[in-house]
Write a protein that binds this ligand. Sequence first.
Ligand SMILES: C[S@@+](CC[C@H](N)C(=O)[O-])C[C@H]1O[C@@H](n2cnc3c(N)ncnc32)[C@H](O)[C@@H]1O
Length: 219
Amino acid sequence: MRKLKPKSYDYIEKLAPLETELMQEARKNSEKLGLETISISATEAGLIKYHLQSVQAKKVVEIGTLTGLSALHVLSVLPDGGKLWTLEKSEEHAKLAELVLKDEIQNNRCEILIGDAREKLKELNSQAPFDAVFIDGNKAAYLDYFNWAYENVREGGMILVDNIFLAGAVWGGKTSQNFNAKQIRTVQDMNEKAFSDKKLISVIVPTEEGLLVCKKQSS
Ligand SMILES: C[S@@+](CC[C@H](N)C(=O)[O-])C[C@H]1O[C@@H](n2cnc3c(N)ncnc32)[C@H](O)[C@@H]1O
């Protein structure tokens, strides 16, 4: 959860293209829910799009839709024939996301799956392999999401995970946010797997929240 956007983000966002009207609407909707600080920043969205394009991502899964802001960013770099499956537990959030994603849904470029992501991911097994998975849902389930992504991303594909610093809790920092021991251990285990698994090339981009980027190598 972001407190204040760093000044560097303001500078980067002046250089980068403006967010579209739909993206701004999605941002306003998360503000109305009091959740603007958990929406992705335009700077982080730029990093995610850069990595998706670097693997020519066409089929992408997102875990944690909120109001559809990051989904719109992802869709903006998918080519013709591309598709995003985005998973969200809250019906209220999913309804708001539908408002900004309706054209993409109608054009069969986007599907929102409502329910607990661990369950909903099982429904996507038959559509695998995917080119990329972006994880931004329930922190206590990050390792399960990551293991699913590891199995269901193609070789040469990418796994991206946001908030992997847990505001400093992963290195024992004191935070004003209440992460419980299970959430902290889960994210630490996932980060350790990302760097110890020989099939993955992993980096952590030291954004304010920490963005884990893993590329799955060919055998
Ligand atoms: C950090 S927000 C996602 C922000 C969004 N990716 C964006 O940047 O626009 C996390 C979202 O995950 C959802 N979520 C939490 N637990 C979940 C679960 N078990 N399954 C699916 N979604 C979940 C929350 O309701 C919330 O909307």
